[in-house]
Design a protein around this ligand. Structure first.
Ligand code: NAD
Length: 506
């Protein structure tokens, strides 16, 4: 149970919205999977509360704000699928939160909790996220309420293809309208099926390959997309810990090698975030998964953990680590940076005052409820918000989409040319300084950028700029990073709504 002092102060911050909590609005509460009290608002209400808090600080007119906040359109489909000898009715969703820029963009989630409010919340976050990293897309999200583990691969393929048919028929997919991507429970395999189905309906469309991102490389994917969200999380946290005011506030040195990190969720995002922190010298001391967590204060080996869990299906029985049985407990252990990278609503009023990290870096979407967020801030914990920190995925999806529209691998036209130019400079320098570079030195200097180099450097630059913009707003308005990120996003989206004239209003 939360400390009464924190709760009273947290509620005060959100007083205008407290009515949500009392009216029993918060229907979608699966407390078993979350750290929320029953009276905490739903995921969608939480996003709206964060939006409202920032909207009041932004200079945007109420008219534009109310238009921006409401989702533009929602699709709910049900379709039958024959599973063994029975017919099962499957429910799927796709929500376009804001079509101020087209295409709209957002992942597709396969999970039992998927419902209209969750997909709408995630679609809204996508609108603001794209604005924060200057990706010229509107926000969308989709999902199917299934646990893919309950179906064979062939059944998952049939469900994915049938859902795509629904999206095609209703114009909720296409390189110029709506471009899905992977999310929880989906990956490159599902994106390949989606693209293949879309192409059956649009055989003559030259850009059809750009109807979805996160595809396998041979099918038009871009190198670096798998790693992108986790790598963006790494770049973002690296940026924040380099800021002098963050070092002063947390007592951290700013050196990645000094960080002790705990990550909840060892899927696509959690795994890659862990890998990049490990590669750069940080100590990963805890990883949480749904069956249990593993902890070792001396550091964990990420690939050993990954291989163990892949072969046994769980961390249980892993040698040389402490097993933490309650999946939520890992969040409460002492560390410098806590990275929730699993699902929404993992830090709620049931555990917020037990969090001991100095920084919470939100890799998942919506891991912290608004009241828990206030508790963290009151405890002096810095929160780097989801809509900024996990924007690396959509950034690289944007690169993939551009690659698909140009029908060419990044670097194909420039790599050799760059290398030739650099070789000539090296020869000139060698002649003038009368020293020959070793073959290794020469290789390093002359190397022209390939696709991975370009994608990673584009991602790094994007994350550095977005973090710095967020920091600037936070300092100038004396607000927390989440509110600052929302303010920046709201102002950027409003500029499009207002600059487009009456089209959006009448
Ligand atoms: P994923 O399905 O690959 O991984 C999620 C992991 O979390 C799984 O390993 C799952 O077992 C674990 N998990 C589920 N419930 C848990 C619990 N109660 N405790 C601990 N672990 C639990 O999904 P992902 O793509 O890595 O997405 C993770 C989060 O990041 C989601 O919130 C998603 O919306 C967000 N996100 C993903 C991307 C992307 O590019 N995939 C981009 C931005 C944001």
């Amino acid at each position: 149970m939360i400390n009464a002092f924190y709760l009273a102060r947290a509620l005060k911050t959100f007083r205008p919205h407290h009515q949500f909590l009392c009216r029993g609005y918060s229907t979608h509460i699966a407390t078993g999977n979350t750290a929320c009290e029953d009276h905490e608002p739903s995921f969608l209400k939480s996003v709206e509360m964060y939006f409202d808090k920032a909207a009041g600080i932004s200079g945007v007119s109420q008219k534009t704000l109310s238009h921006m906040k409401a989702p533009d359109c929602m699709l709910k489909v049900t379709f039958p699928i024959e599973i063994k000898d029975k017919v099962e009715i499957i429910t799927g969703f796709r929500v376009h939160h804001s079509r101020h820029m087209l295409p709209v963009k957002g992942g597709i989630r396969f999970a039992t909790d998927v419902d209209e409010q969750e997909v709408t919340a995630l679609a809204a976050l996508m609108t603001y996220k794209c604005a924060i990293v200057d990706v010229p897309f509107g926000g969308a999200k989709g999902g199917i309420s299934i646990d893919p583990k309950n179906y064979t691969d062939a059944e998952v393929e049939r469900i994915t293809r049938r859902y795509t048919v629904e999206l095609c028929q209703k114009s909720f997919i296409g390189p110029g309208t709506d471009v899905p991507a992977p999310d929880v429970g989906t990956g490159a395999r599902e994106m390949a099926w989606i693209m293949d189905t879309y192409r059956q309906f649009h055989p003559n469309e030259v850009d059809s390959i750009g109807c979805v991102t996160g595809k396998p490389i041979p099918l038009g994917g871009v190198r670096g997309r798998n790693e992108s969200t986790g790598l963006g999380v790494y770049y973002g946290i690296r940026e924040f810990v380099s800021y002098p005011e963050v070092q002063k506030h947390t007592g951290l040195s700013g050196d990645i090698k000094d960080l002790r990190i705990i990550i909840q969720g060892f899927g696509k995002v959690g795994y890659w975030a862990a890998k990049f922190f490990e590669q750069n010298g940080a100590k990963i001391i805890g990883i949480g998964e749904k069956e249990c967590g593993v902890y070792n204060p001396n550091g964990l080996n990420i690939d050993k953990l990954f291989n163990y869990r892949r072969s046994r299906g769980s961390f249980l029985g892993m040698p040389n680590v402490d097993i933490i049985e309650d999946p939520l407990e890992i969040l409460e252990l002492e560390c410098d940076v806590l990275i929730p990278a699993a699902l929404e609503r993992q830090i709620g009023l049931r555990n917020a005052d037990k969090i001991k990290a100095k920084i919470v870096g939100e890799a998942a979407n919506g891991p912290t409820t608004p009241l828990a967020n206030e508790v963290l801030l009151m405890k002096g914990i810095l929160v780097i918000p989801d809509l900024l920190l996990n924007a690396g995925g959509v950034t690289v999806s944007y690169f993939e989409w551009l690659k698909n529209l140009s029908h060419m691998r990044f670097g194909r036209m420039t790599k050799k040319w760059d290398e030739l130019g650099k070789s000539q400079i090296v020869e000139l320098v060698e002649r003038n300084v009368a020293r020959k570079l070793s073959e290794t030195e020469k290789k390093q200097v002359v190397h022209g950028a390939n696709e991975t180099d370009l994608v990673f450097s584009g991602l790094e630059d994007t994350m550095i700029s977005a973090c710095s913009e967020t920091r600037r707003t936070a300092i100038s308005k004396d607000i927390d990073y989440r509110t600052a990120a929302f303010v920046n996003a709201i102002e950027k989206v409003a500029a499009v709504y207002e600059g487009s004239g009456i089209m959006f209003m009448n």
